[in-house]
Design a protein around this ligand. Structure first.
Ligand code: NAG
Ligand code: NAG
Ligand code: NAG
Ligand code: NAG
Ligand code: NAG
Ligand code: NAG
Ligand code: NAG
Ligand code: NAG
Ligand code: NAG
Length: 638
């Protein structure tokens, strides 16, 4: 009998009446211990860096109607930053439209509600008597024309000339296997050669920013939250940039701020850390506008003498890179009257400094270990002297190695199983309160099988987050919230994944050419972000296990906000005791739940979404948290 009782506690509470007595009771302490910090949660064309005269250099491009195209090292390049151009040889004896096309990023979303900006540069390497027009179109892969614009060109144009056209499609095809085409009438251009460089094709962007973000992705990542935060009059999230590993895989391909600002033709791009070229069209200024537009705070990293290939610069070589980091920070916050990088920012249209508090020195320097001792000393030493108002974040393991000056901020990263996250919900409870603060800068459940944590997406790694994982993350997040006196920020990672081509999984938000697929972990982050409260209320501490909670009060609205994560396979009944007068008799429960493997994939994009309903509340009330669930209860008290 005893063994049955024990197992029913683990497996199937509902079946045995005697087990329902095992209700978890949570008593909330009416006195807040700390306020919740205003920061939280979330964090994502021109033949750049390719080898001329190779097939690979033509990736994304294809010839039309017998045209020959090739990427060349142009003897007269468009700019120093862009040495390559597309050489287009018009065939002899052609009487049809000839030219080339681009397939977009695995498709192009053609939408009749939008006007697209298209542009490129061209020149004739040798003057000819060509006189005709270049036609730019959005077409289906089998030739249907959705939008078209033509510009007259003359064979006497031997210097680089920019063409800008606007394309407004006449219909919105469901398919995104569309192409961007550039053609000339073959009979008027017989045998000629035209060089092309720096193409750009943009739909309307979020907030109309040049080189901006896709509206649907920006909306999903940031804007929904902004709207809600405005309701609660709270500041929205931060954005960590330019991304962790994106600082650089190797010394020569490291991220350099000055290569990402100014005219697009002055941005060389670089081989990124994940095997593809970064255009750097999304550069430092675009990142800053993004933060400003979203009222997010940037957490900006500087390259600090170490690349992920393992190479550290010796201390004697650091000086120019410390200066480059100072220049980067001055570009963001410097005084344009006294700083050259700040004057550059002003010349690009933003004379006022941007808002910046946090600067991260390197990324994942726990891989570099000993060299971080002198690199931290010299970077943090010089940057603190130059910018005493800023807070600098160290990226080695906390206190290992011992750093001087002692870091006041550390960035911790962890990719693990749901079980690990639930067990480590208490990690920060035992961390000393001594003036050092923590940023949980990257975390995610990547597999439910501990053997696959460091595997690749083709092993047991999750491709999309699922409810077992997301509820484990939520368990951990209740611990972050309980310890938000020392955990000043937290961000799931990575943020975005194009389902047609990805190097890491899972990610918070998946997308393709025309759709966005918010994951179960996205909704988990959103539930925590939108329901922060302003102060933390101690309550009965959760036990190690699958059920975790955290209680806050949103002072402006006199609302008690209870977050519950059930990372287990059975529903759990709980009783809440709230020591307040005037606790309302009804509140709301917003619940995200599903089976362990329930997941929002492109095939089942809406498998799991948060559902809000009214619940009976009071000074004492009970609530059942479903298996594999994230729950937010909101209860007003007068
Ligand atoms: C409630 O919080 C106050 C302030 O932190 C503390 O002094 C007191 O011990 C707490 N009471 C309980 C029951 O946790
Ligand atoms: C290629 O030539 C055919 C005529 O043979 C024409 O119908 C078609 O539109 C041309 N392709 C493009 C993309 O212009
Ligand atoms: C087309 O554009 C409209 C207006 O911006 C938008 O509401 C709609 O979702 C778009 N359709 C697609 C498939 O992106
Ligand atoms: C598109 O072009 C128009 C007119 O040149 C310009 O006002 C707008 O900012 C451009 N949009 C983008 C996203 O570049
Ligand atoms: C960026 O600045 C560094 C010096 O800080 C310089 O070596 C490098 O050439 C610059 N890059 C570009 C693209 O301007
Ligand atoms: C600044 O960096 C230089 C070069 O690495 C180093 O010699 C110096 O000690 C640093 N200054 C401070 C205040 O850390
Ligand atoms: C905080 O405590 C840790 C040991 O737990 C120590 O290594 C670190 O230097 C301390 N931080 C500060 C700012 O004193
Ligand atoms: C866990 O992953 C390892 C390695 O991929 C595999 O051999 C093992 O069968 C998996 N275990 C479970 C329970 O799926
Ligand atoms: C929970 O379990 C973990 C791992 O066994 C342990 O480190 C931690 O101290 C436990 N926490 C509590 C509150 O029991």
């Amino acid at each position: 009998m005893l063994s049955i009782l024990l197992s029913c506690g683990v497996l199937a509470i509902a079946i045995f009446a005697s087990c329902s007595a095992a209700v978890t009771t949570v008593s909330v302490n009416g006195t807040a211990t700390h306020s919740i910090p205003p920061l939280l949660l979330l964090q994502n064309r021109a033949f750049q860096q390719v080898t001329p005269d190779t097939t690979n250099a033509l990736f994304g491009w294809a010839p039309i109607n017998g045209t020959s195209i090739n990427v060349i090292a142009d003897p007269i390049p468009l700019s120093d930053a862009l040495p390559n151009s597309l050489e287009v040889a018009i065939p002899f004896g052609s009487s049809v439209q000839v030219g080339f096309d681009n397939e977009g990023y695995w498709g192009i979303n053609v939408n009749a509600s939008w006007t697209y900006n298209a542009s490129f540069y061209y020149r004739f390497p040798s003057a000819s008597d060509f006189s005709g027009k270049i036609t730019v179109m959005l077409q289906s892969s089998i030739g249907a024309v959705y939008a078209s614009a033509s510009v007259p060109v003359s064979g006497s144009t031997t210097t680089w000339t920019q063409v800008v056209v606007h394309l407004t499609p006449s219909s919105s095809p469901v398919s995104t296997t569309n192409i961007f085409t550039v053609t000339v009438d073959g009979s008027s251009a017989i045998g000629g050669t035209i060089n092309f460089a720096m193409f750009s094709l943009f739909p309307p962007t979020f907030k109309g920013r040049a080189n901006g973000l896709r509206m649907d992705i920006a909306q999903a990542c940031f804007h929904l939250e902004l709207k809600q935060h405005t309701l609660y009059d709270m500041k929205p999230s931060f954005f960590r940039l330019p991304g962790g590993n994106n600082l650089g895989q190797g010394f020569s391909t490291r991220w350099q701020w000055n290569a990402t600002v100014g005219n697009l033709i002055d941005r060389p791009g670089r081989m990124g850390d994940w095997g593809y070229v970064n255009t750097d069209g999304l550069g430092l200024l675009e990142y800053m506008y993004l933060c400003e537009d979203m009222e997010m705070e940037p957490i900006m990293a500087v390259w600090a003498g170490y690349s992920l290939d393992g190479a550290s610069l010796p201390e004697t070589d650091l000086a120019p890179y410390i200066q480059q980091a100072i220049d980067q920070i001055n570009f963001v916050i410097g005084d344009s009257a006294t700083s050259k990088p700040a004057a550059l920012r002003a010349s690009l249209g933003h004379p006022e400094p941007f808002h910046l508090q946090y600067v991260e020195i390197g990324n994942e320097d726990f891989f570099a270990s000993e060299s971080y001792i002198y690199r931290w000393r010299d970077f943090a030493g010089n940057l603190t002297a130059t910018f005493p108002q800023l807070k600098f974040i160290a990226t080695s393991y906390p206190f290992n190695p011992t750093l001087d000056p002692i870091p006041k901020q550390y960035d911790n990263h962890v990719y693990q199983t749901p079980g690990w996250f639930a067990e480590n919900a208490f990690y920060y409870d035992s961390v000393e309160r001594n003036g050092t603060y923590y940023f949980e800068g990257e975390y995610a459940v990547v597999s439910t099988n501990a053997s696959d944590i460091f595997g690749t997406p083709t092993d047991g790694r999750l491709v999309y987050p699922n409810m077992q994982g997301s509820s484990g993350e939520a368990a951990f997040m209740t611990g972050l919230e309980r310890n938000s006196d020392i955990v000043f920020a937290a961000s799931y990672a990575p943020l975005l994944m194009n389902i047609a081509n990805y190097q890491w999984s899972p990610n918070l938000i998946a997308f393709d050419a025309s759709n966005v697929y918010p994951s179960t972990s996205f909704y988990t982050q959103q539930l925590f972000s939108l329901n922060r409260g302003t102060e933390y209320l101690p309550s009965t501490l959760p036990q190690n296990g699958t059920l975790h909670w955290s209680v806050t009060r949103d002072a402006p609205t006199n609302t008690i906000v209870i977050k519950i994560a059930n990372a287990g396979m059975t529903a759990e009944e709980m009783t809440f005791e709230l020591p307040f007068n005037g606790v309302h008799g009804t509140g709301t429960a917003t619940v995200l739940s599903g089976s362990a493997t329930a997941s929002n994939s492109p095939e089942t994009p809406n498998a799991v979404k948060p559902v809000t309903s009214q619940i009976e509340t009071g000074e004492s009330f009970s609530y059942t948290a479903p298996a594999y669930s994230v729950n937010v209860l909101r209860v007003e008290a007068d």
